[in-house]
Design a binder for this molecule. Structure first.
Ligand code: GLN
Length: 456
């Protein structure tokens, strides 16, 4: 069914860089055989899943959306992917992304543009735009994405699906192509909170191949949801919700504000105690993020030298082998980030940019901690606008970066956040979805997930 659906819709949407029919049918047949033999099935047995192409997968190409890795086939699975396979999931293909995760529209993919299923003249968001569009158009049940500064939450918002960015360290990054290692997190897309919660339980937990992966116990997220659902009367009674004042003002579309406000009123009706919180350093998050993410990426991307991985240009000298392989392999957004990051890390500029940005990061972490001491969850829109037109911001990178204002702070603070659809604004034929972001305390994914699922 899902392969048929992909055949019908893929030409219009373009979610996948690679669809593995053979692989999917073989894995599905293995599940059938297990059922016949009466064997125990894994938690995701037969669940069709798309995987962002910056995650390494055995038997399928893994390009990170970059021409420099065109044709690269890893010899190992990312830990998150291995856990999926062990639980019986059927990996149907690899989804499109902005090259190495750098972008907010999926237009910076080295291969193709992905279109928003709600209106194919619009972007699906990014960088995990392929994973969001695939779930939104029912090409797969759930999908994996990665989130360095919003790459799960903003496309979830644009495509009207659920997205969860777990706490930094909750999911092993082994096998995820590094963009900015202190910010990168693997997370989930689903068409319901329960689906995303089940997927998160499967991929979470310590991994000896990633020293930053946490040893904290992993709850059964979906089971936690069921128990909160059983509370019949005023299920959110007493829940302390802090609305981040800085996220509902200038620069945010009126339709987005009114959808989020309707969600806030709904939470109040369900018994939540809603107050306004201010995060004074909120607006500093965007510049700090772009300095830190570019700096880390300039270092991480030095491994793509045309020798160890991917495409190599024939050259007479070693320096032109490096230069030409990188020059031809990387797209312009990636080159811009490498230049910005190298600049920010240079002697003489380091203190003014990188060090300063790290100090701002500490300020942001502290202000979130203080706000989450007083509140169970914090709320904001997931993005200042709904999905915009393809091409609208390609020549204006600063305008595109500004669209990440709602999400980057959460990565700087390492916190978990859930995005659920909360309304529609005008556009397309059926309207365009708006996402509500719920931010929880570190390692408290359950809180934000549970509140996302409530619906009387
Ligand atoms: N849009 C942001 C960037 O370009 C975030 C991307 C991401 O989370 N991978 O850096």
């Amino acid at each position: 069914d899902y392969l048929n659906r992909i055949r019908q819709t893929e030409r219009q949407i373009g979610s996948f860089l690679h669809v593995s029919e053979e692989n999917a049918l073989r894995e599905a047949a293995e599940i059938d055989a297990k059922i016949e033999r009466g064997e125990e099935l894994g938690r995701l047995a037969g669940v069709v899943i798309g995987v962002k192409d910056n995650l390494c997968t055995v038997g399928m190409p893994s390009t990170g959306g970059s021409k420099i890795l065109d044709g690269y086939r890893p010899a190992f699975d990312a830990t998150a992917v291995r856990r999926l396979k062990e639980s019986g999931a059927v990996v149907v293909g690899k989804t499109n992304l902005d090259e190495f995760g750098m972008g907010s529209t999926t237009e910076a993919s080295g291969f193709q543009v992905t279109r928003n299923p709600w209106d194919v003249s619009r972007v699906p968001g990014g960088s995990s735009g392929g994973s969001a569009a695939a779930v939104s158009s029912r090409q797969c049940v759930v999908s994996l994405g990665s989130d360095t500064g919003g790459s799960i939450r903003q496309p979830a918002s644009f495509c009207g699906v659920v997205g969860i960015k777990p706490t930094y360290g909750r999911v092993s990054r082994f096998g995820l192509m590094a963009y900015a290692s202190s910010l990168d997190v693997i997370g989930c897309f689903g068409s319901s909170v329960t689906d995303a919660a089940i997927l998160l339980s499967v991929i979470s937990g310590h991994d000896r191949y990633d020293a930053t992966s946490s040893k904290q116990e992993v709850p059964d997220y979906a089971a936690c949801l069921v128990s909160t659902k059983k509370l019949e009367f005023k299920p959110l009674k007493g829940l302390r919700v802090g609305v981040i004042r800085e996220t509902l003002g200038d620069g945010v579309d009126a339709g987005v504000i009114s959808s989020v406000q309707a969600a806030i009123s709904h939470l109040e009706e369900l018994g939540s105690v809603v107050t306004e919180v201010t995060l004074p350093s909120f607006s500093l998050g965007l510049p700090a993020y772009y300095i830190l993410a570019s700096s880390e990426s300039s270092s991480n991307l030095s491994r793509y030298d045309g020798v160890r991985y991917g495409n190599q240009v024939v050259a007479d000298e070693l320096s032109s082998l490096y230069g030409d392989s990188r020059g031809q392999g990387f797209g312009s957004e990636v080159k811009m980030r490498i230049l910005m990051g190298t600049y920010a890390l240079s002697a003489g500029y380091y203190d003014a940019y990188y060090k300063r940005a790290q100090q701002v990061r500490t300020l942001i972490q502290k202000s979130f901690k203080a706000a989450l001491d007083e509140n169970d969850i914090l709320i904001s829109p997931a993005a200042p606008t709904a999905a915009y037109k393809i091409g609208e911001k390609v020549n204006d990178p600063l305008a595109m970066y500004a669209g990440d204002v709602m999400t980057v702070n959460v990565n700087l603070a390492g916190l978990p956040a859930l995005v659920v659809p909360c309304g529609l604004v005008e556009g397309g034929t059926a309207g365009l979805p708006v996402g509500l972001q719920m931010i929880g305390a570190a390692y408290n994914e359950v809180e934000s997930l549970s509140y996302g699922v409530q619906d009387p």
